[in-house]
Design a protein around this ligand. Structure first.
Ligand code: NDP
Length: 263
């Protein structure tokens, strides 16, 4: 049973996509949430939905921050603690893919930015949150990517970053035990605005993705939110240092089949 009533959760990257779905689900289950993103309009919309869904009418703490900057990462944590004085759950979800080819002259600055957003902010926030999570016997869920397990050459530095996140999950699960559990969720394709930065035709992209998946679907953000909620609460109390793939079967697709629909 998923019980998050009155738990305090900081969910990064929650102005959109997986993070927004997670914040709204957590709110509907009675949690007090802090939501974070760069776009104020999107944050305000998610905050209104969280409040509407909360059985206690809790208003989220809303934090506008860009995780390219260390100061914004620290401020995100400070504003959360200043409001709630407590933390049970940290969901490190904010992430961005790089889009510079490895041979591009500017590839290294793109690499630095990708590591900053996907890895450094996760490490810093977890470090700041750890004393509070230890006290609360809390939980960390890191949102990784299938690109940590399978090579996607066009997202090379993003894949490296997410592999680092998964190893961070394992090492922190050991370092912070027995008080804090740390797990990774590894999405395959999820229907969000994530691909907007990749300069692709969204319809063609998603149609192609559905076609390739053994389950003949791609995830909706709520599919990931459900797994994050499970890993954040006592229902998963025996689990730490684990990497949970939810990918429409992408990793088990049969390379011998032109299309997985030919059964
Ligand atoms: P979205 O683009 O829908 O949402 C990304 C969220 O992260 C937004 O809230 C965005 O804020 C925030 N964000 C992005 N960059 C920054 C930044 N520099 N500073 C602070 N916040 C930032 O993507 P998803 O929901 O799909 O992605 C969520 C996580 O899931 C990411 O870690 C991603 O790597 C991972 N993932 C997604 C997959 C997919 O197919 N969608 C597949 C595998 C992994 P704002 O919009 O306000 O700028």
């Amino acid at each position: 049973m998923i019980d998050l009533d009155n738990k305090v959760a900081l969910i990064t990257g929650s102005s959109d996509g997986i993070g927004a779905a997670t914040a709204i689900l957590f709110s509907s289950l009675g949690a007090k949430v802090a939501i974070v993103g760069r776009n104020q309009n999107k944050l305000d919309k998610v905050a209104a939905e969280c409040e509407a869904k909360s059985p206690h009418n809790y208003k989220p703490v809303v934090i506008r921050a860009d995780f390219v900057n260390d100061e914004d990462v620290v401020r995100t944590f400070e504003e959360t603690i200043s409001a709630y004085k407590h933390l049970d759950i940290l969901v490190n979800n904010a992430g961005q893919s790089n889009n510079k080819d490895f041979l591009d002259a500017d590839a290294l600055s793109d690499y630095d930015r990708t590591q900053q957003i996907n890895v450094r902010s996760v490490v810093r926030l977890t470090q700041l949150a750890a004393p509070y999570l230890i006290k609360a016997k809390g939980s960390v869920v890191n949102v990784s990517s299938i690109a940590s397990l399978k090579a996607y050459p066009s997202m090379w530095s993003y894949g490296m970053a997410k592999s680092a996140v998964d190893m961070f999950t394992k090492t922190m699960a050991s370092r912070l035990a027995p008080n804090v559990r740390v797990n990774s969720v590894v999405p395959g394709p999820v229907r969000t605005n994530f691909v907007a930065s990749l300069n692709l035709d969204p319809k063609a992209f998603w149609d192609g993705m559905v076609e390739q998946q053994p389950l003949q679907r791609v995830a909706d953000p709520i599919d990931l939110a459900n797994m994050i909620a499970f890993l954040s609460c006592d229902a998963s109390r025996n689990t730490t240092g684990s990497i949970f793939v939810t990918d429409s079967g992408a990793l088990v697709a049969d390379p011998m089949k032109a299309s997985s629909s030919n059964q």
